[in-house]
Design a protein around this ligand. Structure first.
Ligand code: FMN
Length: 345
């Protein structure tokens, strides 16, 4: 269980924000496998204020059940206040502030992980968000800027003083980006110093690594990011592993292709056929990791219609079935995609 302010979540596993990934279809798929607390991708405060069409699409959450946080990015207090005004028309459960994004274009404006170099400024911004927001505010940080600037404990204490209700920490520096070792020790130091919930992240890729994050850091929750790409099963598998020490369920090709079809159907319902198919292409590769269908992956990157993509998914199943006649026969009927109504789209 995880309590962030008044938001109580039965599971301590969280779906982390991922730009270009954490849209409504992705969240719905993960929720259908037991994910409870999820986040939108980061949204720049300025684009919220401008009300750009793409940004407003990112805020779509109408058919979603379960707590949802929106993540915002910025460094200008006035812009952030105006962004909170825009968000007050929506019903998010949490507002998370991004002080972790390592991208050059972002940090060069003093945003994202750039704020780790200005802890006093970050504290002020958070205080102003907490004062203005009607829902709990959280913050996402990294261990520091670089290995000589590990300052997560100071930043975290300042965030707590500003009144945030929870802290997400990716145990890598800005310079490390998404590579290199995750610093469990710094996460533990932060956890020991704070009274608010600390949610750890960094290489939460398997049930075993997630358990290690809990054990080594004493954290209250773990944020799953890349581990959920094409793998919503990480939620039930990890829940089982944390409870019993074993993970007995692994999806077979039927489970995988059925979920691919559901995801694709949600994508096209949400974005329209063309965009929905194009945005699904990368998921085709992620879902089929470990299945030797290289040629199909190449074709998926050229697929332009729903029919084409559906046929490629059927091919994945047929190819795997041919390889593995022990558990699946070529003649078995292919599962039909779940209608989007199941998800309220
Ligand atoms: C493609 C991609 C996009 C991401 N976008 C965001 C984002 O919008 N906001 C954010 O706070 N973190 C973002 N992250 C970072 C993840 O939320 C997470 O902290 C990071 O990947 C570490 O977890 P992992 O090693 O388990 O993947 C992104 C990561 C990836 C791979």
């Amino acid at each position: 269980m995880l309590s962030i302010g008044h938001v109580i979540v039965p599971s301590s596993l969280v779906l982390a924000p991922m730009a270009g990934i954490s849209d409504l279809p992705f969240r719905l798929i993960n929720r259908s496998f037991g994910c409870q607390l999820a986040f939108t991708e980061m949204i720049s405060a300025n684009s919220l204020v401008r009300g750009s069409k793409n940004t407003l699409k990112t805020l779509s959450a109408s058919s979603e059940k379960g707590p949802l946080g929106v993540q915002i990015l910025g460094a200008d207090p006035e812009g952030i206040k105006m962004a909170l005004d825009v968000l007050s028309a929506y019903s998010f459960d949490l507002i998370d502030f991004n002080a972790a994004c390592p991208v050059k274009k972002v940090v060069s404006k003093g945003e994202g992980a750039g704020l780790l170099r200005e802890p006093a400024k970050l504290q002020k911004l958070l205080k102003c968000m907490v004062e203005k927001s009607s829902v709990p505010v959280t913050v996402k940080i990294r261990s520091g800027w670089d290995e000589t600037g590990i300052n997560a404990p100071e930043v975290a204490l300042r965030a707590q003083d500003a009144g945030v209700s929870g802290l997400f920490i990716h145990g890598r520096t800005r310079i490390q980006g998404y590579r290199g070792e995750v610093d469990y020790r710094i996460i533990r130091t932060v956890k020991d110093a704070l009274g608010i919930p600390v949610i750890a992240g960094g290489d939460a890729l398997t049930p075993h690594l997630i358990k290690k994050l809990f054990q080594e850091t004493g954290c209250d929750g773990v944020a799953v990011a890349r581990g959920a790409l094409g793998n919503p099963w990480i939620f039930p598998e990890t829940a089982e592993y944390l409870e019993s020490g074993t993970a007995s369920f692994r999806p077979d090709v039927y489970d995988i292709t059925r979920t691919m079809k559901e995801h694709l159907t949600l994508n096209t319902a949400f974005y329209g056929e063309k965009t929905g198919v194009v945005l699904f292409r990368k998921f085709f590769t992620w879902y089929t990791r470990g299945i030797p269908v290289k040629g199909l992956k190449v074709l998926a990157f050229r697929a332009g219609t729903l029919d084409e993509m559906m046929r490629l998914i059927d091919e994945v199943q047929a190819l795997q079935a041919a390889r593995d006649r022990g558990f699946v026969s070529r003649n078995e009927p292919l599962p039909s995609p779940q209608p989007p109504e199941r998800f309220g789209l």
